[in-house]
Design a protein around this ligand. Structure first.
Ligand code: MG
Length: 240
């Protein structure tokens, strides 16, 4: 049996927002428009509100992609009158998928896990688009240390559903007890681990930690990659 570590991707190993920031800057400049921190912050906030609308069924994906770029265009200096928001959106998604940004120390951490913990296997368990996850993983060199990738778009089911983890376990082909879920999100990662009855590590906990630990049956908390490494090493030794 191996020690199977299921890692969330965004804000756990990769910095989604840093990739988004980088890609937006590249795409706007390539189209002759200005870019600034304020433009990114406005994009991020408006995008978030649009995704909530989409979840409620109030708008379509095409409307979301169109509206978020029409809004950006209205904030930029430069002539956007000839630009098609959907084309720019496609460029943005493609640019983001080849511009992964690691969380500080993430690559050294996964290397250390592979070298220092016998029988360690590293899997990614991520909600989102496959091209975005795969491309960013490859562009950061993280792919060399990963034994498998589980992305909700491929699977047709997302965290925190227990079915998501059932599929992971079936493909890994080992017991529940051999797996531990590591992630930053309470609502997808920690709730998912609870639903699937897996051990869990809450990475970079914030807010009322004690209340969350009780509510989601969280086994461990780690505020740095060093702490996370020690937890995984001990957990692996104990679960032999
Ligand atoms: Mg995350």
């Amino acid at each position: 049996m191996h020690h199977n570590f299921l890692f969330d991707l965004d804000q756990t190993l990769l910095d989604f927002h840093a990739s988004e920031y980088k890609a937006l800057g590249i795409v706007l400049k390539a189209n002759g428009l200005s870019f600034s921190d304020e433009i990114y912050q406005a994009f991020k906030a408006y995008n978030k509100s649009l995704w909530l609308e989409l979840e409620k069924g109030a708008i379509t994906r095409t409307e979301l992609f169109t509206r978020r770029f029409l809004d950006v265009f209205s904030r930029c200096d430069g002539d956007s009158s000839q630009l098609d928001p959907l084309t720019v959106n496609d460029d943005f998604i493609r640019t983001m998928s080849v511009n992964g940004v690691l969380m500080d120390g993430a690559l050294e951490f996964v290397k250390k896990v592979k070298d220092g913990i016998p029988d360690a296997r590293i899997y990614i368990a991520s909600n989102g688009a496959t091209i975005n996850a795969k491309g960013r993983i490859a562009s950061t060199g993280l792919d060399r240390y990963i034994d498998g990738l589980f992305v909700s778009e491929d699977m047709g089911v997302a965290k925190p559903a227990a079915e998501f983890f059932d599929i992971c376990l079936r493909q890994i082909g080992e017991s529940k007890e051999s797996c531990i879920m590591i992630g930053d999100s309470l609502s997808s990662d920690m709730l998912g681990a609870k639903n699937a009855a897996l051990a869990s590590v809450w990475f970079m906990p914030t807010g009322d930690i004690e209340a969350a630990v009780n509510e989601y049956n969280i086994d461990y908390c780690a505020s740095s990659f060093d702490e996370l490494y020690e937890i995984l090493k001990r957990w692996s030794a104990d679960s032999k």
